[in-house]
Write a protein that binds this ligand. Structure first.
Ligand code: SF4
Ligand code: SF4
Length: 193
């Protein structure tokens, strides 16, 4: 008898949560359409352990939760305007601090004089080994390497398919500014000092 009552009680909780999901969905729908229920405005309430109501499942990949600004995916190399002109000066600092040693840089040389140039001839990161620690971005003295917010990098191929070269790693600075607005503003402010 006791077991039956406990079952009914817990089933009641599940059903209440189930119906509350739709009530909450409707509330956010009337505020701004379907996209609103996973918006930055809605999530703090919906995911709150005290204010959250209902049972929520994100319909990935149709729906995605917004990533926090400090989320770290994999490294990217920044360029300001021309993709051929990376900020990187091939100092090698990132490769030295990388814990699993998955960065390889070859410095460019002047074809006429043979003198070393402040640019990488090649820059590779084995994304299959990278552990997204962010040390490379932390230590780069030129703000040339930052952590992207990418995470959907699964591939069917093995081998060197995860060995990303300069082209695959390059992103415009505007992308960095868009996904890291606070950090980017801080960088600009520190450069003005
Ligand atoms: S990304 Fe930064 S730390 Fe790495 S080699 Fe280029 S300038 Fe140096
Ligand atoms: S994020 Fe960490 S592991 Fe990945 S390349 Fe940078 S330093 Fe290496």
């Amino acid at each position: 008898m006791q077991t039956g009552l406990s079952f009914l009680k817990s089933f009641g909780v599940t059903m209440r949560r189930f119906f509350e999901s739709y009530v909450d969905d409707a509330k956010w729908f009337f505020k701004g359409g379907f996209g609103m229920r996973y918006s930055a405005e809605a999530l703090p309430t919906r995911q709150s352990p005290t204010e959250g109501r209902g049972i929520f499942v994100v319909q990935y990949p149709k729906e995605r939760l917004p990533l926090p600004e400090r989320y770290r995916g994999f490294p990217m190399l920044l360029y300001d305007e021309d993709p051929a002109q990376l900020r990187c000066v091939a100092c090698g600092m990132c490769a030295r601090v990388c814990p699993p040693q998955c960065i390889w840089i070859e410095r460019a040389t002047d074809p006429e004089t043979g003198k070393a140039l402040r640019a990488p001839a090649s820059f590779h990161i084995d994304i299959g080994i990278c552990m997204s620690c962010g040390f490379c971005a932390e230590f780069c003295p030129f703000d040339a390497i930052k952590m992207d917010n990418n995470y959907e990098i699964a591939l069917f191929q093995g081998g060197d398919a995860f060995l990303f070269d300069k082209e695959k790693l390059s992103r415009p600075t505007s992308h960095h500014a868009e996904i890291h607005p606070t950090a980017y503003a801080e960088e600009l402010a520190s450069k003005k000092k």
